[in-house]
Write a protein that binds this ligand. Structure first.
Ligand code: SAM
Length: 235
C-alpha cells in the first residue's frame, strides 16, 4: 500500500523527528535521507526502525507518493529514500578522541564526524552546548560517518581519555612540534567563544595550528589536527 495522505501519522512523525530535537530526545529516533546515507547505514550494520521510498522508485521501504516524501524531506531537492534509526551513544574512546565544547553548529558537528572517520579517531565526544549529532544537518554533513564513528555525550573534558590537547589559536606549542602524543584526545572550542579557561587548564597540552590568519573554524581546526596526529601516528 502506498502512503498518499499528508496526514498519515508515520509521515507526521517523520517530519517531527527531522524538525524537533525534543521529539528525537523523546523517542531516541532520528532520520537519515538519501540513498548514499542509507547505504552507509547498511554498510555499518545499522538496521532501520522504518524505511520509506518514493513510490515507483523500486527502492526498499514503505512506498510514499513522491511529492509527499519530498515534503517530508529536509533536502531542497527532495529525496527518494528516507530511513528512521535508533540513535546509539558510546563511551568516549581513543585514539584521537575529539572532544567538542560548545560547538553549536550542527554542520560543524557533522563535519567533525566526517574528519574523525577519515583519520581514524576512536570517537567524538560532545560536551555542554553542542548541537545534536542526530539532527538532520549534522547527519547530512557527516556524509554517513554518524553510522561509523562512536559518538559520546559527556559532562566535561575530564571524561575523555588523556592525554588531552587543548587546541587554542596562537597559544601553546605548534601542534607539529612533536610534544603532543599522536593518540592524544583533541579538545576544540566554540565557534565564537573558543575554549573556557577551565577546560584548557584540565588538558595536559595546549597547542595551536600555525596559520596566517586569526583562527580556523572549529571543524577545520579539528580536521587539520586529526590529520597532523594521524600522520604522526603513522610515523
Ligand atoms: C573559531 S575558533 C574560536 C575562536 C575564538 N574567537 C577564540 O578566540 O578561541 C573555534 C575553535 O577552533 C579551534 N581553533 C581555531 N583555530 C585554531 C588554531 N589556529 N589552532 C588551534 N586551534 C584552533 C579552537 O579550539 C577554537 O576554540
Amino acid at each position: 500500500m502506498t502512503i498518499s495522505s499528508p496526514h498519515n501519522p508515520r509521515l507526521k512523525h517523520l517530519r517531527q523527528l527531522a524538525n524537533r530535537r525534543r521529539e528525537r530526545d523523546r523517542t531516541g529516533h532520528f532520520v537519515a535521507e538519501g540513498e548514499d546515507l542509507l547505504a552507509a547505514a547498511d554498510a555499518a550494520g545499522w538496521e532501520p526502525v522504518e524505511r520509506f521510498a518514493a513510490a515507483g522508485s523500486g527502492l526498499d521501504g514503505v512506498a510514499v507518493e513522491p511529492e509527499l516524501l519530498a515534503r517530508a524531506s529536509q533536502l531542497g531537492s527532495g529525496t527518494r529514500a528516507l530511513g528512521v534509526y535508533r540513535w546509539r551513544w558510546s563511551a568516549p574512546a581513543g585514539p584521537r578522541c575529539v572532544y567538542l565544547h560548545g560547538v553549536a553548529d550542527p554542520g560543524n558537528v557533522g563535519t567533525v564526524l566526517r574528519g574523525a572517520l577519515a583519520f581514524g579517531a576512536g570517537s567524538v565526544a560532545l560536551g555542554p552546548g553542542c548541537a545534536d549529532p542526530f539532527g538532520p544537518k549534522a547527519v547530512r554533513a557527516s556524509m554517513g560517518a554518524i553510522f561509523a564513528v562512536p559518538v559520546a555525550r559527556v559532562a566535561g573534558v575530564e571524561e575523555v581519555p588523556g592525554p588531552r590537547v587543548a587546541l587554542v589559536a596562537r597559544r601553546g606549542e605548534p601542534l607539529d612540534a612533536g610534544a603532543v602524543p599522536p593518540d592524544a584526545s583533541i579538545v576544540v572550542g566554540a565557534e565564537r567563544d573558543g575554549l573556557p579557561a577551565e577546560v584548557v587548564e584540565a588538558c595536559e597540552h595546549v597547542a595551536h595550528i600555525p596559520i596566517a590568519t586569526e583562527s580556523l573554524n572549529a571543524a577545520m581546526a579539528a580536521t587539520v589536527a586529526l590529520y597532523e596526529l594521524h600522520r604522526m601516528a603513522r610515523g
